[in-house]
Design a protein around this ligand. Structure first.
Ligand code: HSE
Length: 401
């Protein structure tokens, strides 16, 4: 029997315990022996819960118990998760986590400690919830040179943007609906400002390009300035606005950016709605792939955690995770990247200069509004910004995918 512990009995931790019970037979058949939950570490007690007798409040109980070989970390944040995970790895246990903040900030070091002990540090649930994306990147796509990863990596913002598009809600009303449904936190900053997506694309970039990507180097814009007028234009143009996290290899340069972007109906990301996530991957051999599924939620995320537990259980004495190098992944200036842009201008002025400088491929007007919008030709953000300096009355700008 394999004994495991769960640190943090919140949404995901309780989902892990439920999954181990619900699918006990399947998991036992896969591993070849039973996987049993021995401890739950939490500050709270859970009277009446099936795990009530397993609750401990002292992390040392788990670290010092040689029977526990795998520890699941579902606490979130880096304090005290980093200290606790390091302690578990150093005491010779494998760790499975769903914590993107921890992986984005300390992933390299934790992978190295695990490898030095011939143990595992796996984090399949840290990006895309239940979507299997981390494992395919390091196994099924090991033969490819990965050229681009573009994803809708945050369920909360995708829910808000879907409501704005489909129901014409304002950003504020859509956000409070998301909060009422428990999708958005009381303080929604990490989601709506794009920080959550930024950490996730940093993790995917490290895996894809095999160097340490620092999330602080990634240009990140959130969705707080998107208005329902932007959506009126998007609907008219047959597009949707999505918070896209992209990282790209162009020759020997790498770029990454997180920003709200207009997506055409022909793109598979257009129809990814509500709290769903999706990731498009482009490889030089395999071509285009798309991964789609529940990006958050108790059981979908627990599924990814338990899949990692099973993999660790099957490899008790070897590291299955390829480690990216400590070398820093240098991102070039995202403004060198080419894109089309959607620009709204006040009044009817500027039109000749707009045509000359931005060479728009499409123009749109909204009935009764003293403004218009254009989709520019493909140009670098640097060139676009230079052109914009010469134009008056700009209301807002969005990238077009
Ligand atoms: N806040 C995250 C989201 C949770 O909305 O996608 C999953 O990482």
């Amino acid at each position: 029997m394999i004994k495991i512990a769960v640190m943090g009995y919140g949404t995901i931790g309780s989902g892990v315990s439920k999954t181990l019970e619900m699918n006990k037979e399947i998991i036992t058949n896969n591993v070849g022996e039973e996987v049993s939950l021995k401890y739950v570490l939490d500050l709270r007690d859970f009277p009446g819960d099936p795990i009530e007798d397993k609750v401990v409040h002292d992390v040392n109980v788990i670290a010092n118990d040689p029977e526990v070989s795998i520890v699941v970390e579902t606490m979130g944040g880096t304090k005290p998760a980093y200290e606790f995970v390091k302690m578990m790895l150093e005491s010779g246990k494998s760790v499975v986590t769903s914590n993107k903040a921890l992986v984005a900030a300390h992933g390299t070091e934790l992978l190295e400690i695990a490898a030095s002990k011939k143990k595992n540090f796996l984090f399949g649930a840290s990006v895309g919830g239940g979507i299997p994306i981390i494992r395919p990147l390091r196994t099924s796509l090991a033969q490819d040179e990965l050229q681009e990863i573009t994803g809708i990596l945050n369920g909360t913002t995708n829910y808000i943007l879907t409501k704005m598009k489909d129901e014409g809600l304002s950003y504020e009303v859509a956000l409070s609906q998301a909060q009422a449904l428990g999708y958005a936190e009381k303080d929604p900053t990490a989601d709506v400002e794009g920080y959550d997506s930024c950490r996730k694309i940093a993790i995917l970039s490290s895996l894809a390009y095999e160097k340490e990507a620092n999330y602080e180097d990634i240009h990140t814009e959130g969705i707080t300035k998107i208005t329902n007028i932007d959506f009126q234009y998007a609907n008219k143009a047959g597009m949707a606005v999505k918070l896209l996290a992209t990282s790209r290899r162009v020759g020997d340069k790498f770029y990454a950016v997180v920003a709200p972007t207009m997506v055409d109906a022909t793109c598979p990301l257009y129809s990814v709605s509500d709290v769903f996530n999706a990731v498009l991957v482009k490889g030089n051999i395999v071509g285009d792939l798309m991964f789609y599924g529940s990006g958050a939620g108790s059981l979908p995320t627990a599924a990814a955690v338990v899949a990692d537990v099973i993999e660790v259980a099957k490899h008790p004495h070897c590291s299955v995770m390829r480690i990216w190098s400590r070398e820093k992944l240098e991102f070039s200036d995202y403004k060198e990247l080419e894109s089309r842009f959607f620009v709204r201008f006040e009044g009817k002025s500027n039109k000749n200069a707009v045509i000359e400088l931005l060479e728009p491929t499409k123009a749109y007007e909204l009935e009764g509004m003293d403004e218009y919008g254009v989709v520019t030709k493909k140009m670098s953000q640097n060139a676009f910004e230079e052109a914009l300096k010469k134009l008056d009355g700009v209301i807002s700008v969005l990238r077009v995918h």
